[in-house]
Write a protein that binds this ligand. Structure first.
Ligand SMILES: Cc1ncc(COP(=O)(O)O)c(C=O)c1O
Length: 393
């Protein structure tokens, strides 16, 4: 009778397991084509470069790599992170806190800033595991209306007036789940609202470098007046490898110290071996060339998925056309509920993530997220055929 022994906190009582993680857990079935997780294609990992990097660290820095270390992170990695960020936004190594993936960054920021009941404004829809991290600290999430270019500045201004939020959370580039990107004009307009109202921004950018076409955009943190009011999250997961659990955040002023203290309590430090290996990898190998190789493969897969969907989707359905990242977002419309279609789809050998958990409130249940990165174009076509059969298109 262990359920009576542990009395869950009231905050935890609101928690639900991530539908994506649950779907990934049943994906062991080899015959299922999964469009569910944002899982990088492992055949594209630069395995030899990683082998050399880890061997180098153990050979030359082994005793240091196996020891406890600072919470803020290893200087070599902070230096590399600052250099990459400085392409868009001047950044000193002293402004970098290493994190165990950007997911930890989300939790650190939430736990540092949010009291139970405080409001965080999020996009409609938003990244669902951010919803989990924010819920863990008792935040009240309010979705703000968005269009093809992201959150609407007027809707943001109204929501700030109504809810007095602690924080606004945005994924401006190749957003998870929609794949959409905020235009340069929209970034400036959102920054204007935030500067005018004094509300800080949590900007999450794990996909920005994964661009297949079009001009790179600087983070909102690079807009006038925004650097000091933004915590900007970056990650090695989507452009190098997610298994190392390396990310970093950029922040200025007092908040950086508070985030460091929060991380002391959460996990002491990020694995030193992994930090030093990623620092060596970044200093030694050409990450831009790797990203270009990955983008070539993913571009072809995105095109295959969009072509297959265009041929199959019923009249009135829409799908996003991202210039990078990992996801397209389909809206079927009508009375359809994608969560009810999912078991039928899995029976036919294809999986996706239903749209509803990506909404803070009032979900659009006719939506679904499809990842195009993990399967070959032929598998994608077969998967979309199975999807069409499950939906009855
Ligand atoms: C928008 C967004 N933020 C954060 C994360 C977490 O990534 P990681 O902790 O692997 O860096 C993800 C992963 O899918 C994501 O899509």
């Amino acid at each position: 009778m262990t359920e009576d022994v542990f009395r869950l906190s009231s905050r935890f009582a609101q928690m639900k397991s991530s539908p994506v993680r649950d779907i990934i857990a049943v994906m062991g079935r080899g015959d299922v084509i999964s469009f569910a997780g944002g899982i990088p294609d492992p055949s594209l990992f630069e395995l030899d470069d990683f082998k050399e990097s880890f061997a180098y660290v153990l050979e030359h820095q082994g005793r240091r790599a196996l020891q406890y270390a600072t919470t803020i992170g290893e200087p070599e990695l902070r230096e590399q992170a600052a250099q990459r960020l400085s392409r868009h936004l001047p950044t000193a190594p002293a402004q970098i806190q290493v994190t165990s993936g950007s997911q930890e960054g989300l939790y650190l920021v939430a736990t540092t800033l949010v009291d139970p009941g405080d409001v965080i404004l999020v996009e409609r829809p938003t990244y669902l595991t951010a919803v989990q991290a924010f819920t863990l600290v008792g935040a009240r999430l309010v979705g703000v209306d968005s269009d093809d270019y992201g959150m609407l500045p007027d809707a943001l201004a109204d929501a700030i007036e109504t809810h007095d939020p602690k924080l606004v959370y945005l994924v401006p580039t190749f957003q998870n789940p929609t794949g959409r990107t905020m235009s340069a004009e929209r970034r400036a307009a959102i920054a204007d609202v935030l500067v005018r109202t004094g509300v800080p921004l949590l900007e999450d950018d794990p996909y920005g470098e994964l661009r297949f076409e079009g001009e790179p955009l600087s983070p909102i943190a690079a807009q006038p007046g925004m650097a000091e009011r933004t915590v900007l999250l970056n990650s090695a997961s989507k452009v190098m490898a997610p298994g190392v659990r390396i990310g970093w955040l950029r922040a200025e002023g007092q908040i950086l110290r508070s985030l460091e203290i929060a991380k002391q309590g959460v996990g002491l430090q990020t694995a030193v071996t992994d930090q030093l290996a990623i620092a060596h990898y970044l200093a030694t190998y050409d990450l831009d060339a790797h990203i270009a190789r990955v983008a070539d493969v993913y571009r072809t897969r995105r095109d295959a998925m969009l072509a297959a969907l265009d041929a199959r989707l019923p009249a009135g359905a829409t799908v996003t056309r991202p210039e990078g990242g990992m996801f397209v977002w389909a809206r079927i419309g009508g009375e359809a509920d994608s969560a009810k279609v999912l078991p039928l789809a899995v029976d036919r050998g294809v999986a996706f993530v239903p749209g509803w958990p990506f909404y803070a409130n009032n979900p659009d249940r006719t939506t679904m997220r499809l990842s195009f990165v993990t399967n070959s174009p032929d598998m994608i076509c077969e998967g979309v055929d199975r999807l069409a059969a499950a939906w009855g298109w």
